[in-house]
Write a protein that binds this ligand. Sequence first.
Ligand SMILES: O=P(O)(O)OC[C@H]1O[C@H](O)[C@H](O)[C@@H](O)[C@@H]1O
Length: 453
Amino acid sequence: MTGTAKGMIGFDWAYCRALAVGVQDGIADEDVERWLPEARKVHERILKERESGLLAFWDIIEDEKVEERVLEIAEHFKGRLVDNIVVLGIGGSALGAQALFDALVSPFYNLTTRPRFFVLDNIDPLTFSQFLDMVDLGRTVFVVISKSGTTAETLSQFLIVKERVVSLLGREALKKHFVVVTDPDKGVLRSWVRESGVLSCDIPPGLGGRFSVLSAVGLVPAALLGLDIRELREGARAMAALCETASVIENPAYCNGLYHVIADLDKGKNIHVYWAYSDSLYSFADWLRQLIAESLGKKVGEKLYGPTPVKARGVTDQHSQLQLYREGPNNKIITFIGVKSWPADVDIPPAEEESLADAGYLGGKKMGELFHAEQRATAWALAEAGRPNITLWFPQVTPYTIGQAFFLYELQTVFMGYLYGVNPFDQPGVELSKKMTYGLMGRKGFEEFVRYL
Ligand SMILES: O=P(O)(O)OC[C@H]1O[C@H](O)[C@H](O)[C@@H](O)[C@@H]1O
């Protein structure tokens, strides 16, 4: 089936353009014109970096060896009595797997299916101890994911469960219950893989955590769950093909990125809301929050950059956030993440009782109709109040379309970073609190960091 037949995601930018409905300070042609020379330079830079293999997030979707290795590992666990697949990881080593799972699997999956899937991306002692009390370690596979292989949170989780597996099942059981996804050479986890012989997958050194969902970081959990990782990456490649064009206006990643930079720097809209009108895409908004915050939240000299990414859920947050978005400070650009059709829908029966006459307008309709009507009305109502908004439409949520969305926003974020003039691939701001934590935890060589406290 062709790409188009499988369905391509796409933007509706009508309500972010100037003078659409009531959008006074939307994006005007002259705004775009002003930025085009800079945007074209950024395209040239991206082209050069691609040619010199500096864009690992783009190269990874074309690297077939990754899929082969991941499917090999999934094959190893096939047919085994596995009740639980548990990801131990945090940030870029967890958010992608969670977004993939929630996008492609029912929210009630764990109640009805085996193996169940859990992403433990926090070290709340109560949650973690309750999880360990609940889980049958003998029927659990832990996927330990850490690009650096040194992240304290993930190592603490790993040390706890490893010790319990060894004391319950013996050291030889480690290979049956652990898979590690980490740096090919460096880090504590890589040394342990060498020593223990457990199965592992590499995270290419040049691939940042928040850009790694289409690598083994997202693929190992997805393949263990039997999700179609080939379709996922084919979707990413289909979007990459669309984003090859130098035309900033025709390139979905560039055009949407440009609108967001203009909204932030020229229109004072530095809060970027991602309003998922789909329960299955709500975690995708979480994944986006890390990608945008860590890539664009940067200090260059005395200048501070970076929109604040905010997530919302539709239609639920119409009843909690809309008031602010429509009548509060006009400092936001809002992206609705919508789904054209669902694999299932529900009929709303007619209201027979006289007492329910006022609910009559709902009868004979489908819940999806009401959902779409509310999304459409909310987008219009925001535009009418001068609030620029965009809709990203998924024809359906499938491995193919979610793969597209991951790649689209990874490239858009790099494009925006270069337009802002920041490095979208590092995150220096997260290091100090880590060093102070090491100091507080008595780690050798970090004593100096606790003097601040
Ligand atoms: O994958 P890891 O090396 O364990 O890092 C996990 C996360 O922690 C870091 O502190 C960074 O903030 C994130 O960019 C990263 O994704």
